[in-house]
Design a protein around this ligand. Structure first.
Ligand SMILES: Nc1ncnc2c1ncn2[C@@H]1O[C@H](COP(=O)(O)OP(=O)(O)OP(=O)(O)O)[C@@H](O)[C@H]1O
Ligand SMILES: [Mg+2]
Length: 264
């Protein structure tokens, strides 16, 4: 947990309507710098939409978003990345035919403003060295298998692919990282590997990094987060330490009838 209670991200009355559907409804929340929080909620409760609003995929219908005290509500996605917000996606978002290394390098390079020439060769060898070192650093932090760094990303195991996505999200040197279901589609045996990876990332960056993780699987949430935010029908219905949330009646009711049995 952060030593100070400085707020890095704050939303005020954040709302997103899709036609008549209110996907995110009047969310006002403060996130402390350096904290790790999980967002849970039944399918369609607005978790990904909330992330999309923070990262600027689309503007909110109403409400505001503040990052480090600045109103970023009208910032483009690019401006938000520059400000220090990054994310991974619920659905795998890697270049399958590029190697693991190349995927990270492209992400690092993409945010550095470096120029490549017509043949895709970087103009300065020294710049290449910097990229190389940074890619290896990030790969090590997320725990990617060094033996698989030069294999096309499509051919590495699913858990490694999810770690690769976290690595790519880290390439922009974010202060706030949003992970949307980092263990989606993973087998039970693969899950601890991804949890370890996220814990290692958090440990490496300490209070420099704030983490928001959307996750359904309660065992992951329990291991990762200090606080859980529960969404239902676009609204925050509960917020608190994992142990408390697990026994919260309103939360259990929101999950009843759904496909999620993790809370039971
Ligand atoms: N771009 C969009 N256009 C129209 N409706 C959308 C759009 N994105 C999301 N929705 C709707 O908004 C609601 C919230 O969706 P969202 O994807 O945020 O939920 P979620 O909590 O992430 O669900 P899941 O657990 O299934 O990933 C859903 O009813 C969804 O169909
Ligand atoms: Mg989602």
């Amino acid at each position: 947990m952060s030593s100070e209670n400085e707020i890095i991200l704050s939303t005020s009355g954040l709302t997103k309507n899709f036609g008549g559907l209110v996907a995110v409804s009047d969310i006002s929340i403060d996130i402390e710098r350096g904290s790790v929080k999980a967002i849970i909620g039944p399918n369609g409760s607005g978790k990904t939409t909330f992330f999309n609003l923070i990262t600027g995929t689309f503007p909110p219908t109403t409400g505001k978003i503040f990052f480090e005290g600045r109103d970023i509500t009208r910032y483009s996605m690019y401006q938000r990345t520059r400000a220090g917000i990054s994310r991974s996606y619920q659905i795998t978002n890697i270049f399958p035919y590029q190697t693991t290394f190349e995927n990270i390098r492209l992400a690092v390079q993409g945010c550095s403003g470096a120029k490549v020439n017509f043949f895709g060769i970087l103009k300065k060898a020294s710049t290449f060295d910097n990229f190389h070192e940074k890619v290896i650093d990030i790969a090590t932090i997320v725990g990617l298998d060094p033996a698989r760094l030069y294999v096309p990303a499509a051919l590495i195991p699913h858990a490694e692919q999810r770690k690769l996505e976290i690595a790519m999200a880290l390439a922009t040197e974010p202060k706030l990282l949003l992970l949307d279901e980092p263990a989606a589609g993973m087998s039970i045996e693969e899950i601890p590997e991804v949890i370890d990876s996220i814990l290692r990332v958090k440990e490496s960056y300490g209070d420099q990094l704030t983490l928001l993780v959307v996750e359904h699987k309660m065992d992951i949430v329990m291991k990762l987060s200090e606080e859980i935010i529960v969404l239902s029908e676009g609204k925050i219905i509960a917020k608190g330490p994992p142990k408390e949330i697990q026994q919260n009646e309103q939360v259990l009711t929101a999950y009843l009838g759904g496909t999620d049995e993790e809370l039971a």
